[in-house]
Each structure stands twice: as structure tokens, then as C-alpha cells.
Write a protein that binds this ligand. Structure first.
Ligand SMILES: [Zn+2]
Length: 376
């Protein structure tokens, strides 16, 4: 039975059992007043009272669980107004499962002005709006985030948000193209799974400075190379036969990110990706770090969240590691990651990558890209 049907039934059951419990309690009080404590019927009433209290708490607890499992759905879309919505069916399916749904729809302009797409105002506005909505929502019920965002925008928005514990991510998929099978998941899911681990492949580039990171967690292994010269490229994905010595020369597998047993869990993919970025920022120590990605939307959003030094897990809160994995590291690139990041957005029109300026704390991408140069 769907939760939408179960919820009112259990609300009624909990209410009815509550009324019966109160009736038994009043009979007990009356018996004590009339017959005194010596009456033999008292213990009968006490037994019935205990039984109905037990059943009442079970019914009320189950009702609470149902509303927690299906709280509010937040649909966030930041796309150009003219962009088609590929996810109407998936959106409808998600909405039916929830108590209520909130839509934050914001149209963006992807035209570059003097060489850069500036969405700082847009990300800030949507981030604040979402945070206000979270704060005014009942945090006893669940939260589900459904992003329809470009990968760089999702990363920036995730970095800004403060997600309540247990927040679920719902992936709309990629209109069937990459065959993601994610559905819904939480960052707390999936530790200790026996799953294919994401791995990184490093290649030396023609540049003098800068590190490029490409994350690939879909069934499409190929991507358009960036035109900027960097000194090193790091490619994160899931590879075939990593036990072979020459695994780096091989193709990525079509192993997908997903919640099924044989797939790499989205939470693991997001963590691995955030780790690769943080260690590149540490190694670069002030060099620009260019980001490209072909990943499910929820993974981008969650990775952005994990990238923020403020969102360190409780287990790490006491350590002096700013997130790069080095205890007591004081490098500015580790303490202020966005100052050195240049996220790139794939432009199908030009078959190239466009630089994006997304957060107030991000340095002007043009300044960072000016540091790149080719080796003589
Ligand atoms: Zn560091």
C-alpha cells in the first residue's frame, strides 16, 4: 500500500487507540475513587491500560515514520528559459510520493559576457531561497532534493547549502541517454558496500601550471578535451580490470553509479570526486584547478556540499585537516577551495567548454586562466 493511502489510515488508528486509552485510564481512576486500592478489578484495568498505551505508541511512531519517509520534495531547476524540460514524467513520479512539494525555478542566461558566464547572483539567490524554505519546513519530516541543474551550477549550489541530516537526493536521470538507475539516496547510505571503486588516471599535459580534473560517472566514456593547456590532467571514473598492470590504458567500464548492489553508490562517487578535487587543490597550492564532469545531477550537488570545509563530518570535526587530507595544512587553496576552482560547462552548440563564475568567493576565472601557459 502506498504511503499516501497509509498515512490517513494510521492517523485515524493512532487517534482511535488514543481515545480508548484515555477511556480505560478514566475507568481506572473511577474504580480507585469508588472501591479504594483494595479492589481486585484495578489490576485488570492496569493491564488493559498498559496494553493500549503500547499499541498507541506503536501506531503514533509508525505514523511519524511514514511522514519522515515522505516529507517535502524540493524541485530546483536553474536552466535557460528556452531549455526543454526532459524530466516531466520523472518529476511527476517523484511528486506523488511526497506530502508536499516546493518548486524553485529560476531561469539563467548562458550568454558569456567578456569571456565568462557570470551566474553569481543567480546561485546566491536560489541558495538563499532554498535555505529559507528548509528553515521554515518541519524538520521532523524528511527532505528530498530533486535537482535539474547544470553540473557546475549544482556543485556551486551544493557548496552553499546547509542540508539537514538524512536529506535524500532524487535523480531525474539523463532523459534515458546515460541510463542512470539512481532514484533516491542519502549521503549516509552505502558505506562498506562491496562495489567497484572509482579510480583516478593521471596524464601530463603541455602546460606549465594548472590541474584539470574530469569526473565521469555515466555510461558515456568519451568527452571533449579542454582546449586550455594544463600541466596535469586527472581523470576520475570506474575502470575495467584494475588488477591488470596496464589498466590505465583501458576503457572505462559501463559500470554505472546507482543504488543497486553491483553499482558504485552515488555517495561513494561524490566522496571520491570531492577527495580528488581537494587533493589537487593541495598539490596545486594556488594553481588553478579546472573542473569538467559528466555525472548524474544529484552526485554534482552532493559533491559540492562535501567540498565545503564547513560540512566536515562529526568524526573529523576535531582534526586540523581542512579537507585536503593533510593534518594542520594552512595552505590558502585548502582553506578557501573556491578561490582556485574554475568550473567548466559543456556547450553542445560549440562542442566546447565554457568557464563559469558561480560564487562570490570564487576568483574571476579570467584571472586564473591567465596564469596558464604552454611549456616552451
Ligand atoms: Zn592542504
Amino acid at each position: 500500500m502506498g504511503t499516501a493511502v497509509q498515512r490517513p489510515i494510521w492517523l485515524f488508528v493512532a487517534g482511535a487507540v488514543g481515545a480508548i486509552t484515555i477511556a480505560i485510564a478514566s475507568l481506572l481512576v473511577e474504580e480507585v475513587f469508588n472501591q479504594g486500592w483494595a479492589s481486585t478489578r484495578i489490576w485488570n484495568y492496569v493491564c488493559w491500560l498498559a496494553l493500549s498505551l503500547l499499541f498507541w505508541s506503536i501506531a503514533a511512531g509508525w505514523r511519524l515514520f511514514l511522514s519522515k519517509a515522505a516529507g517535502t520534495l524540493y524541485y530546483v531547476r536553474m536552466m535557460p528559459t528556452a531549455a526543454r524540460n526532459w524530466h516531466i514524467d520523472a518529476q511527476e513520479a517523484a511528486r506523488r510520493r511526497f506530502l508536499g512539494s516546493v518548486q524553485v525555478v529560476h531561469s539563467i542566461d548562458l550568454a558569456a559576457e567578456s569571456g565568462v558566464i557570470d551566474l553569481r547572483e543567480d546561485v546566491s539567490e536560489v541558495g538563499s531561497k532554498l535555505q529559507d524554505l528548509f528553515n521554515s519546513d518541519d524538520d521532523k519530516t524528511g527532505f528530498m532534493l530533486v535537482p535539474d541543474l547544470l553540473a557546475p551550477v549544482a556543485v556551486a549550489l551544493g557548496y552553499r547549502l546547509n542540508l539537514p541530516p538524512g536529506t535524500m537526493f532524487y535523480d531525474l536521470g539523463d532523459s534515458g541517454k546515460t541510463g542512470t538507475s539512481i532514484d533516491s539516496w542519502a549521503l549516509e547510505d552505502g558505506p562498506n558496500r562491496n562495489e567497484p571503486q572509482p579510480r583516478m588516471r593521471t596524464t601530463v599535459g603541455p602546460g606549465t601550471c594548472g590541474i584539470h580534473i574530469h569526473a565521469s560517472f555515466t555510461a558515456i566514456p568519451d568527452y571533449k578535451q579542454i582546449s586550455r593547456p594544463v600541466r596535469e590532467s586527472r581523470e576520475l571514473g570506474i575502470w575495467q580490470n584494475v588488477d591488470d598492470n596496464d589498466w590505465q590504458a583501458k576503457q572505462r567500464t559501463d559500470v554505472r553509479v546507482g543504488v543497486r548492489g553491483e553499482e558504485t553508490h552515488p555517495a561513494s562517487a561524490a566522496r571520491a570526486w570531492a577527495q580528488v578535487i581537494r587533493s589537487a587543490l593541495h598539490d596545486g597550492n594556488g594553481e588553478p584547478v579546472l573542473l569538467t564532469a559528466r555525472v548524474p545531477k544529484t552526485v554534482s550537488l552532493a559533491m559540492g556540499y562535501l567540498l565545503a570545509p564547513a560540512h566536515t563530518r562529526a568524526a573529523m570535526a576535531k582534526s586540523e585537516d581542512p579537507g585536503c587530507g593533510v593534518e594542520g595544512c594552512r595552505q590558502d587553496s585548502c582553506r578557501n577551495p573556491w578561490k582556485y576552482l574554475v568550473p567548466l560547462n559543456y556547450n553542445p552548440g560549440t562542442n566546447g567548454w565554457d568557464e563559469m563564475w558561480l560564487l562570490r568567493e570564487q576568483r574571476d576565472p579570467r584571472e586564473l586562466l591567465a596564469l596558464l601557459g604552454t611549456r616552451p
